[in-house]
Design a protein around this ligand. Structure first.
Ligand SMILES: O=P(O)(O)OC[C@H]1O[C@H](OP(=O)(O)OP(=O)(O)O)[C@H](O)[C@@H]1O
Ligand SMILES: O=c1cc[nH]c(=O)[nH]1
Ligand SMILES: [Mg+2]
Length: 209
C-alpha cells in the first residue's frame, strides 16, 4: 500500500489556517498555495535517489552528495493545481510540467477530463500530480489513471487538504500511489465540499467567484 503522509509542521498548519479564513484575499490565498506547495515538496522528494560527486571545498577534497538526476514531471490538475506548480519548481527547477484539465460536475461530482498535454518521455519520469483538494478522490483517481495509461510507473499525489473519503477511494483504486497532504480534514458535506476545508480552491486562487 502507498504511503499517506500528512504534514505535521507548524508552518504548514499556520499557513493553512490563513487560507481557510474566508476573509483572506485572493492575493494572499494564491501566495500561500505556492508556499505550502514548496513545503510539501520538501517531504514528497525525501526519497529522491542520490549519488556522489567529487569536489574540492576550500579546505579539502570530498565525495559530496548530489541528486542522481532522475527525470521528474509535475502534473497540475487544472485549474486549481496550477497554483502549486511554481512552489514545486522552485524546489525542483529542472522538472518538466504536464497538464491535465479536469472539472467536477457539480451535481454528480464525477470528474470530466478536458485537456492533457505531457512531455514526450513522460513514461520515463517520476510523476508528482498536484491539486489543492482531494475530496471524493474522483479527479485525482482519473488523473492517475491517465498517467498510468501513458506508461508512468512512479506516481505521487500532493494536495493541501484531503478528506478521509478521498484517501480511502484512492487507496482502493490506486494502492501503489503515495499521497502527501498538508492536512487531513473531517468529512465531505452533501455538496462534496471538504469540511472544514477552505471552499472552492480554484475560485479562491483565480478570483472567479
Ligand atoms: O476529489 P474530487 O471530488 O474530484 O474534487 C476535487 C477536485 O475539485 C476541484 O476542482 P474543480 O472541479 O472545482 O475544478 P477547478 O480546479 O477548475 O476549480 C479540485 O481542485 C479538485 O480537482
Ligand atoms: O472542498 C472542495 C472540494 C472540491 N473542490 C474544492 O475546490 N473544494
Ligand atoms: Mg473549483
Amino acid at each position: 500500500m502507498g504511503k499517506v503522509v500528512i504534514m505535521d509542521h507548524p508552518l504548514v498548519a499556520h499557513k493553512l489556517t490563513i487560507m481557510r479564513d474566508k476573509n483572506t484575499s485572493v492575493k494572499d490565498f494564491r501566495e500561500l498555495v505556492s508556499e505550502i506547495g514548496m513545503l510539501i515538496t520538501y517531504e514528497a522528494t525525501r526519497d529522491l535517489p542520490m549519488t556522489t560527486k567529487h569536489i574540492e571545498t576550500p579546505i579539502c577534497e570530498m565525495d559530496a552528495p548530489t541528486l542522481a538526476g532522475r527525470k521528474f514531471v509535475v502534473v497540475p490538475i487544472l485549474r486549481a493545481g496550477l497554483g502549486l506548480v511554481d512552489g514545486v519548481l522552485r524546489m525542483v527547477p529542472a522538472a518538466r510540467v504536464g497538464h491535465i484539465g479536469m472539472y467536477r460536475d457539480e451535481e454528480t461530482l464525477e470528474p470530466h477530463p478536458y485537456f492533457c498535454k505531457m512531455p514526450k518521455d513522460v513514461a520515463e519520469r517520476d510523476v508528482l500530480i498536484v491539486d489543492p483538494m482531494l475530496a471524493t478522490g474522483g479527479s485525482a483517481a482519473e488523473a492517475i489513471g491517465e498517467m498510468k495509461k501513458r506508461g508512468c510507473k512512479h506516481i505521487k499525489l500532493m494536495v493541501l487538504v484531503a478528506a478521509p473519503e478521498g484517501i480511502k477511494f484512492l487507496q482502493e483504486k490506486h494502492p501503489d500511489v503515495d499521497i502527501y497532504a498538508g492536512a487531513l480534514d473531517d468529512h465531505l458535506n452533501e455538496k462534496g465540499y471538504i469540511v472544514p476545508g477552505l471552499g472552492d480552491a480554484g475560485d479562491r486562487i483565480f478570483g472567479t467567484k
